[in-house]
Design a protein around this ligand. Structure first.
Ligand SMILES: NC(=O)c1ccc[n+]([C@@H]2O[C@H](COP(=O)([O-])OP(=O)(O)OC[C@H]3O[C@@H](n4cnc5c(N)ncnc54)[C@H](OP(=O)(O)O)[C@@H]3O)[C@@H](O)[C@H]2O)c1
Length: 341
């Protein structure tokens, strides 16, 4: 019998709850604890808090320390925040307690350029305590970085990587709605971009840097551009109602140049996409220019149902992370995650 891996969930928002529902159905994973720092599920059974529909016999706590007083664990699954600065105080105690860490915080997917000092601190702590830290997800973590890099493995040469993604953002929770300025007026959105309360999709630079690293290209330029998409009809999603004339999404692009080679990533993030109004339809298109050139089109919202792609990529990586060498790793340094039974 394969060993059982004990998992602690950190954060019970949209992604975190889904992580619990998915992980608790996997043969070799056992969800033994959960932290909800906001305290909103304090004392509640995790099965109930995560919407599983049955009790798990695990009570939600407000700190990792409390969880570890009662149980031993191998790994924390984190779905709370996006930035390295926010993430550090959550995961450093876990590392120091000897737990591996998997997080969908976008900046952790490739933190070496944006936050080199924090990345080094995490790497050092992880090695000191013999654990592995991984930032993963669907995007960043797969669609715009790992997948094109893997495709480039059948090319003799590459001069450009271009990925375009049109996706439904209504599947995400409140923090993502704030990030993208959903339901703001166009003027509020512009002000939000200026004062950084609206950050849109986090992770395009991280994906570009990971692809550049994988192709051994040294970036000499990285530029980003973005604008609001405004709806002409009301859109009613689970986590937000967007009124006519307000922001229902965004267009965002990032372009990296490396000695004449190009990495270009473009994303439309839309609350409840409506192709006749938005003039784009959900899908992902990966174009690798080189010898041979490659064009891959993935129609529809890949793995988007409820944010499943993000969560599955994190949960399926658990055994790989537990078995990996200690330190801070990116998805390109791990074996490919495949669906766990
Ligand atoms: N890499 C990817 O592909 C990817 C994809 C989707 C989302 N994400 C990122 O994953 C994160 C979670 O997304 P979501 O849709 O689940 O958001 P969400 O529904 O808003 O949930 C976030 C949860 O995290 C906890 N939390 C928030 N701020 C915290 C803080 N400062 N310290 C500790 N806990 C905090 C809260 O849980 P409690 O109430 O239980 O404390 C909150 O409910 C976001 O940052 C999002 O940008 C990444």
């Amino acid at each position: 019998m394969e060993k059982i891996i004990n998992v602690v969930q950190y954060g019970l928002g949209a992604m975190g709850s889904l992580m619990v529902r998915l992980a608790s159905g996997k043969a070799n994973l056992e969800v033994v604890g959960a932290v909800s720092a906001s305290g909103r599920y304090l004392g509640v059974d995790l099965g109930e808090a995560s919407g599983l529909g049955k009790h798990l016999g695990v009570t939600v706590k407000s700190s990792l320390e409390q969880v570890l007083e009662e149980t031993k664990a191998d790994v924390i699954l984190d779905a709370t925040v996006s930035t390295m600065t926010e993430l550090m105080p959550e995961i450093l105690p876990a590392i120091r307690a000897g737990l591996n860490v998997i997080s969908v915080a976008e900046e952790l997917s490739y933190p070496w350029e944006r936050s080199p000092d924090l990345a080094s601190e995490l790497d050092r702590a992880a090695k000191e305590h013999g654990v592995t830290v991984l930032g993963t997800g669907l995007n960043p973590g797969f669609l715009m970085d790992l997948l094109p890099l893997n495709l480039s493995g059948i090319c003799g040469s590459v001069t450009a990587v271009r990925v375009r993604r049109v996706t439904d953002f209504s599947v995400y929770g409140q923090s993502v709605m704030k990030h993208i300025g959903a339901n703001l007026t166009p003027e509020e959105f512009e002000r939000g971009l200026q004062n950084r309360s609206v950050v849109l999709h986090v992770g395009l630079p991280e994906s570009i840097q990971m692809v550049a690293r994988g192709l051994n290209w040294k970036l000499d330029q990285l530029k980003e551009d973005r604008r609001a998409l405004v709806t002409r009809t009301d859109r009613l999603a689970e986590s937000i109602k967007v009124q006519k004339g307000r922001v229902c999404g965004f267009w965002q692009t990032a372009r990296g140049q490396a000695k004449g080679n190009t990495i270009e990533l473009e994303i439309y993030g839309i609350i409840l996409p409506n192709p006749s109004e938005d003039e784009v339809s959900p899908g992902t298109w990966i174009k690798i220019e080189g010898d041979p050139g490659i064009n891959v089109a993935i129609s529809g919202g890949i793995c988007q149902a409820g944010g499943l792609g993000t969560v599955t990529h994190a949960v399926n990586a658990i055994p790989l992370v537990v078995d990996a060498k200690p330190g801070l790793l990116t998805v390109r340094e791990l074996p490919v995650a495949s669906c766990l039974p």
